[in-house]
Design a protein around this ligand. Structure first.
Ligand code: FES
Length: 252
């Protein structure tokens, strides 16, 4: 029997991983980065408010870098130099620090891209053992090469309990079967919530044997309050302000 015991060969990039990786070297010819001057770096009011609300959720303002960059990307379409400067101004960080964060995370774009939907199918170990490769293949097939559907495999998305799973424009859905792929595409095309009955946000618990109905999941009744990604309810959105912090290495 072959080394793979008849299992499907896992496709990999030349460097051994299933994901493209990061190959851009740092540009050492650039001037040292400094915190942008607020007087010369205007920041749209709604972006400033969103970044400040994110900073208010953490004892350390740098912890808000990812949601802040996400907010800037939503507004600008990508993490452009202008977008990063705006985040840096509000957070009082250097653009270099934020660029290093943005370049680490695949969901933050450092080059402009046409409007698209992101479908990240997790093919890491837990998902792979439960059929993620077949789900990924079905997803690629369902997308049919459409340019506005960005389907790719992804390393562990941290939701192994709903394996095999995918992140569709940031919405976690699972456990998936290959048969869900067509529905995901149809939901995206029609502007509906994607696979609403399989969204992680509505799942109460995955542990077997918990209290009755505890492991049922499905959409909540209309108007049910939703927690944000930090697990905080909406009424705590403006609780406190960004803490005084620093100085930190790189601030000077
Ligand atoms: S292995 Fe897929 S979410 Fe962890």
């Amino acid at each position: 029997m072959s080394a793979t015991h008849g299992r499907r060969q896992v496709p990999r990039f030349g460097h051994g991983s299933r994901v493209p990786g990061w190959d851009d070297a740092v540009d050492l010819t650039k001037d040292p980065a400094v915190i942008p001057d607020p007087a010369t770096t205007p920041v749209p009011a709604e972006l400033r408010a969103e970044i400040e609300a994110a900073m208010a959720k953490y004892p350390e303002r740098r912890s808000a870098a990812i949601p802040a960059l996400h907010a800037a990307q939503r507004l600008h379409g990508w993490c452009s130099p202008e977008a990063i400067d705006q985040v840096a101004t509000v957070m009082e960080l250097t653009p270099a620090y934020l660029t290093s964060v943005a370049s680490f995370y695949d969901m933050l774009e450092l080059t402009p891209r046409p409007e698209h939907h992101d479908v990240y199918v997790c093919t890491n170990i837990s998902c792979s053992l439960l059929g993620a490769d077949e789900v990924f293949d079905a997803m690629v097939q369902a997308a049919g090469g459409a340019e506005d559907l960005h389907v790719r495999s992804f390393e562990c998305l941290g939701a192994c309990d709903i394996a095999p799973m995918a992140s569709v424009d940031g919405e976690y859905v699972g456990p998936l079967t290959p048969g869900d792929a067509e529905q995901i595409v149809a939901d995206l095309r029609d502007g509906r919530p994607v696979l609403e009955a399989k969204q992680l946000r509505f799942r109460r618990c995955v542990d077997p044997g918990v209290e009755a109905q505890g492991n049922d999941f499905g959409p909540p009744p209309p108007g049910a309050p939703r927690a944000d990604t930090a697990g905080r309810p909406p009424e705590t959105d403006d609780a406190g302000g960004p803490p005084e912090a620093g100085p930190f290495p790189g601030d000077n």
